[in-house]
Design a protein around this ligand. Structure first.
Ligand code: ATP
Ligand SMILES: Nc1ccn([C@H]2C[C@H](O)[C@@H](COP(=O)(O)O)O2)c(=O)n1
Length: 666
């Protein structure tokens, strides 16, 4: 996951490959609660690992459920409908799929078994309405205290209190379908007689109720229904664990890759695994909307394949009540259409993680789009004149994921712009590795992928600075010195004459090099520590003097230019390897300072060293690196010079990030 303040997406051009979706959030949290209410163990496989499931799992542990991992399964040892903890404070973040059902379940359990439970969340959760559910539960006889504003969390659920289950339980269905879901999940716990639930108003997001009913059936509860107006939980209902449940992929998350295929898969389609024609989730019907906009979609039982059909896409008008979450993706696809796209019946967007109609309209306008909005609709015009924009994400995972599709603007305009996604880690709610997954299936022109080069003499702090800048921007890092070091080491082990450039260059293609978790492997051997030895640095400096060796290592270095960007450190990164780098830094420090730093570095690793001989070695290395004829160590003429002799690491990093920001169009 990119845990950084912003992630810059350079212009993207194409898409190809296969995506395996994370588990569905809606199914994951329902299954966890159902398993917790059942007797016995449930092995939950392919569970979504995300912020929303994490708060649910924490809550279940607090309530006394057994929760543990076994292989690829999360095992829930359920309560069998009996409260083990009679008091608890549950923090549920911004997870509506945890807040609503847990409120209902704990309200009826406290009423029948006694207890006191407080449920709360992040500030936005305390702005998301729950009053209709609370009214329905109070109507039943549950004791519920408002601990903040009436009608919103936080709440206290108390008991015992008498429940009146003979009259129908009435609940509004036109604000959030989660209120009905919450009652459907909670009331089997107290179904000594048939319990009738009646929906007031037109029920929205019906497919989510279908998921609830299907999962209830898996756990032994056969709800009868009269259209979408009334639901009857049969007397004697009792949760029975099915033993094992597989969570299907998240259909709402699939929408970004369906959109991606429609926009950018011009050759082979994007294949999306985890949802398909047999999916329980209503959002799978997003493919119909995408097809109406021109996408070519094929489906299998649990897979989708999507490629570009009509181009530009076709503007559509669509009632999106049945696909409320996935429909957000259409607003960004609409930028690539031949006419306006109007989405209606989306009032529920206003009470989600953020006011999604306002959020999408505001951020689309930042890109230059013309957008109109009403209480329950949005209209987006196609965009020709794109502006570079910093997209505010409102702590809403879907806003962040949707706007990644704006990075394909180069497919409709010559004047390409990068897109900055602020707080990209908000995707952790449902798809922690969203951007990594995206980068795995999209293509960009190498020239569009930004590079920052940091060149300079040994021990000036290049590697440290490159790592920190890379971390701050989410960029890949190339330690080009490691490539020369590994070549020097391999040449020495092979007994080669290090003055024979042709012989040393010839072993480069035979090196079985791999880079994993910051370690360098030669075959199966982790040579990272060996490479950092001063003696290996001297070998590297020797072999690096040969033009043939430099040529042999050229492509290997260019291959590090990967999305979303690269920080490359070495001697000739800005002058020879990445002459088109967006920012070039030449980092120096006095020889005395560098010798002192290297001395400290070695001592801290328990390696004894003499500061004077270290200084002599590094000055000798400087001389060789500066005076060789092949790509000598010298600042690129457009490099920013940074002498960090008197600067802390943090100050050097801030300086480079400041220069970087000056070159950005945001
Ligand atoms: N600005 C700084 N202030 C103080 N110490 C620093 C600074 N920058 C780097 N260092 C320290 O100096 C040591 C050498 O830094 P680093 O290994 O990053 O240098 P390098 O230029 O990459 O070296 P080499 O060329 O040998 O790979 C490290 O211990 C690092 O923590
Ligand atoms: N781009 C590069 C990187 C490194 N070298 C040579 C010169 C150095 O003395 C040696 C080791 O580099 P370090 O790990 O200390 O950065 O490799 C080079 O010529 N060009």
């Amino acid at each position: 996951m990119f845990k950084i303040p912003f992630l810059d997406l350079p212009p993207l051009r194409g898409a190809t490959g296969t995506v395996r979706l994370p588990g569905s959030k809606s199914i994951s949290n329902r299954v966890l609660l159902l398993a917790a209410l059942s007797e016995g163990k449930t092995f939950v496989r392919d569970l979504l690992a995300s912020d929303d499931t994490a708060v649910m799992l924490d809550a279940l542990r607090t309530l006394g459920c057994g929760v543990w991992r076994e292989g690829d399964a999360v095992v829930i040892d359920g309560l069998g409908g009996k409260l083990r903890a009679k008091e608890a404070q549950l923090f549920l973040g911004n997870a509506g799929t945890a807040m609503r059902p847990l409120t209902a379940a704990l309200a009826v359990l406290a009423a029948t078994q006694g207890g006191s439970f407080e449920v709360s969340g992040v500030p936005r959760m305390h702005e998301r309405p729950i009053g209709d559910l609370v009214d329905a539960l109070r109507g039943l006889g549950c004791a519920i205290d408002d601990l903040g504003n009436a009608g919103y969390p936080p709440l206290r659920l108390r008991g015992p209190s008498a429940l009146a289950l003979d009259a129908p339980v009435k609940v509004r269905g036109d604000v959030s379908s989660q209120f009905l879901t919450a009652l459907l999940l909670a009331l089997p716990l107290v179904a000594e007689r048939d319990i009738r639930i009646e929906v007031i108003g037109e029920l929205i997001s019906k497919p989510y109720i279908e998921i609830t009913l299907a999962l209830l059936a898996r756990f032994g509860i056969a709800v009868k229904r009269e259209g979408w107006e009334a639901f009857i939980i049969p007397a004697g209902s009792r949760y029975v664990s099915p033993g094992e449940v597989f969570v299907e992929g998240d259909a709402s998350s699939a929408s970004y890759f369906v959109g991606l295929g429609a926009i950018a898969a011009t050759g082979t389609p994007i294949r999306i695994e985890g949802v398909g024609s047999e999916s329980l989730q209503g959002d799978v019907r997003f493919i119909e909307a995408a097809a109406a906009m021109g996408a070519e979609v094929k489906t299998g039982p649990n897979w989708l394949e999507v490629r570009r059909g009509a181009w530009p896409l076709k503007g559509i008008t669509l009632d999106c009540n049945h696909i409320p979450d996935a429909a957000m993706t259409l607003t960004v696809m609409a930028l690539y259409a031949d006419g306006p796209t109007t989405l209606t019946n989306i009032a529920s967007w206003r009470v989600k993680e953020t006011d999604r109609i306002a959020a999408m309209a505001t951020e689309l306008r930042k890109l230059g789009a013309t957008v109109d909005e009403g209480p329950d609709w949005i209209r987006v015009e196609p965009l020709k004149d794109w502006k570079a924009a910093s997209i505010h994400t409102y702590d809403d995972h879907r806003v962040a994921m949707c706007f990644s599709l704006a990075a394909f603007n180069g497919l409709v305009t010559e004047n390409t712009v990068p897109v900055r996604i602020l707080e990209p880690h908000c995707v952790a709610k449902t798809f922690p590795d969203y951007f990594e997954t995206l980068f795995g299936v999209v293509t960009a022109n190498a020239a569009d992928i930004p590079v920052i080069t940091i060149d300079g003499p040994t021990a000036s702090g290049k590697g440290t600075l490159a790592d920190e800048v890379g971390k701050a921007l989410g960029f890949e890092v190339l330690d080009s010195g490691a490539l020369y070091r590994v070549t020097g080491l391999a040449a020495r082990r092979a007994g080669l004459d290090l003055d024979n450039g042709d012989a040393v260059a010839a072993i480069v293609p035979t090196l079985k090099l791999s880079f994993r978790d910051g370690h360098v492997f030669l075959g199966d051997e982790d040579v990272s520590a060996r490479l950092r030895a001063e003696a290996t640095g001297l070998l590297a400096s020797q072999v690096a003097a040969h033009a043939q060796v430099r040529q042999a290592l050229n492509q290997l270095q260019l291959d590090f230019r990967r999305l979303p960007g690269l920080v490359a450190d070495g001697r000739d990164m800005g002058t020879a390897i990445f002459p088109d780098a967006t920012l070039k830094v030449f980092l120096t420090a006095s020889a005395a300072t560098r010798a002192e730093r290297r001395h400290k570095q070695l001592i801290s690793k328990g390696i004894s060293a003499n500061i004077n001989s270290l200084r002599e070695d590094l000055e000798a290395r400087d001389e060789r690196d500066k005076n060789r004829s092949a790509s000598p160590l010298t600042p690129a003429q457009d490099a920013q010079l940074l002498d960090n002799s008197a600067l802390t690491i943090e100050a050097s990093v801030d300086q480079v990030l400041g220069w970087w920001q000056q070159r950005r169009p945001f």
